[in-house]
Ligand binder design. Structure first.
Ligand code: GTP
Ligand code: MG
Length: 486
């Protein structure tokens, strides 16, 4: 069975960021050199880029998984880990990217338009970058962040001005071949056309594209025949042409009934009501065909259709049809204010990176926000110092204060992040509490209390100004990706 390849599911996975390195400079007779652990390299991203040379999604049908390389870890001697190179996937113009739930993530129109389908993980900072006046020789480094991974669906909608619709074997492909230079496959068995053909028509001053799509049968909008797979392709057209077969011998069919059936399917699919429609009565070269056309014309015109009698075989009536289409297309173009050819799509950020939110759920407090969630991912929970550093960062962001404000008490459960990646703490007012990591399978790596609260409060008193400065420095460093790239 032939598979329709204008819709593919693709698993994209970006590379993880390399871990930062914790290392201390060593030299003869200088046992206590400074920290010199380098930053981890950023993981490679998976990026879709519109390439006008590419016309199908076939390539992704054959290998539906793409993974970019991880960044390399940093090393001693201030060596930054190598970046994982990005993977660039060329896609045809008009590719629509959706998530598995069917939400549109990006609508890629225009050569060069790009979309980051999976963002590479940031590299972790090494201990050299984490050193400050207060923390001269950090014994820890930040972990690289995992790269994004997700399933996406790519759909190709042909961006044609005119769409030919009709029953199988009505002569749609034949018409496109004689109206344009396209050479689609034509045969006298139904469903010859499995993927849309695209032709370019020149009529006087106007040049437009015409799409020939697989034949429609009753129930197409429910997925019969090539069904929905095909209807997607007409969505962007300005004009629809009903190609009606005047020479069919199938019982129960005649041009009028065919037209009603197709209109029914279009109505059920929805969204095409406002497109102007023309009727092409095809195959009038056959003697019976001409008679049927004569009989039908009046009823069609009564319903408001402009009717063209054509023969793809005998090249009859083609000029009239192509000029009438040109007229509608150029009028539609003139009515469109801006040419929307290059629409740059920016990746939507899921969470507001500037702050955080706290919500109470079942007696626990859940913290969400770009920074807290990132900080948790960067934390090596096996390292006490690293956990302490996390607590400091959270406190400085104001998380602690906010928890107080909304009535959290010592010992309450505080959760950071979404369910599948949550870290759960028993809250101690300085957040230096034991954290239990809830892994994917619900493992419980319960940590011991990292540092006595009293110590930490004293320490913070001493270093408040220094901490403030360090925080600002750190934010400047970790928010710019460039610094990590070097
Ligand atoms: N006599 C005559 N035959 C035609 C004409 N146009 C198409 N045909 C024939 O009708 C058959 C089907 O034509 P196609 O162009 O493949 O029809 P289609 O609508 O693209 O069919 P699907 O791709 O199956 O939807 C072929 O055998 C053509 O030669 C015409 O104007 N006159
Ligand atoms: Mg065809």
């Amino acid at each position: 069975m032939t598979t329709f390849v204008d819709r593919v599911e693709l698993h994209v996975a970006a590379g993880n960021g390399g871990h930062g390195c914790a290392s201390v400079h060593r030299e003869k007779f200088k046992p206590l050199g400074g920290p010199d652990g380098g930053n981890g390299g950023e993981g490679g991203s998976v990026i879709l880029v519109v390439d006008s040379q590419v016309t199908t999604l076939l390539e992704y049908h054959h290998s539906p998984k793409r993974k970019a390389t991880n960044g390399k870890p940093g090393a001693g001697g201030h060596r930054t880990g190598a970046l994982g190179p990005d993977i660039v996937l060329p896609v045809p113009d008009g590719t629509v990217v959706l998530d598995r739930q069917g939400n549109v993530l990006a609508d890629l129109v225009g050569h060069g338009t790009s979309f980051v389908a999976a963002q590479g993980g940031r590299g972790g900072l090494g201990n050299a970058a984490l050193a400050s006046a207060r923390r001269k020789a950090p014994g820890f480094a930040l972990l690289g962040e995992p790269g994004e991974a997700r399933d996406i669906v790519m759909e190709l909608k042909s961006v044609a001005d005119v769409a030919l619709v009709g029953y199988p074997s009505a002569g749609k492909s034949s018409l496109i071949s004689v109206l344009s230079a396209a050479k689609p496959k034509i045969a006298d068995y139904p469903f010859t056309t499995l993927v849309p053909n695209l032709g370019v028509v020149t009529a006087g001053e106007t040049v437009y594209t015409i799409a020939d799509v697989p034949g429609l049968i009753p129930g197409a909008s429910q997925g019969r025949g090539l069904g929905l797979e095909f209807l997607r392709h007409v969505e962007r057209c300005e004009v629809l042409v009903h190609v009606l077969d005047c020479a069919t011998l199938e019982p129960g069919r005649d041009p009028l009934t065919d037209l009603e059936t197709i209109e029914d399917e279009l109505a059920q699919y929805g969204g095409l009501e406002d497109r102007p429609r023309l009727v092409a009565l095809n195959k009038v070269d056959v003697p019976d065909g001409q008679d049927i056309a004569d009989l039908t014309r009046a009823s069609l015109e009564e319903r408001g259709y402009r009717v063209f009698e054509v023969s793809a075989l005998a090249h009859k009536g083609l000029r009239e049809l192509s000029f009438a289409l040109a007229e509608i297309v150029s009028a539609a173009r003139a009515a469109k204010p801006v040419e929307e050819s290059t629409r740059i799509v920016l990746r939507p950020t899921a969470v507001d990176d500037a702050g955080f939110t706290i919500e109470e759920e079942d007696g626990a407090y859940r913290i969400r926000g770009g920074k807290p969630e990132r900080w948790v991912r960067q934390t090596d929970f096996a390292n006490d110092e690293a956990v302490g550093y996390l607590a400091d960062r959270l406190a400085r962001l104001g998380v602690e204060q906010q928890l107080w404000k909304i009535g959290a008490k010592e010992g309450d459960t505080v959760i950071i992040g979404p369910d599948e990646n949550a870290v759960v703490f028993d809250w101690e007012p300085t957040m230096a509490a034991g954290a239990e990591m809830l892994g994917r399978r619900g493992e419980d790596h319960r940590m011991e209390t990292q540092r006595p609260a009293v110590d930490r409060r004293r320490e913070r008193q001493r270093g408040r100004d220094a901490a403030e400065q360090e925080y600002l420095d750190f934010e400047a460093l970790s928010s710019g990706r460039e610094e990590l790239d070097e």
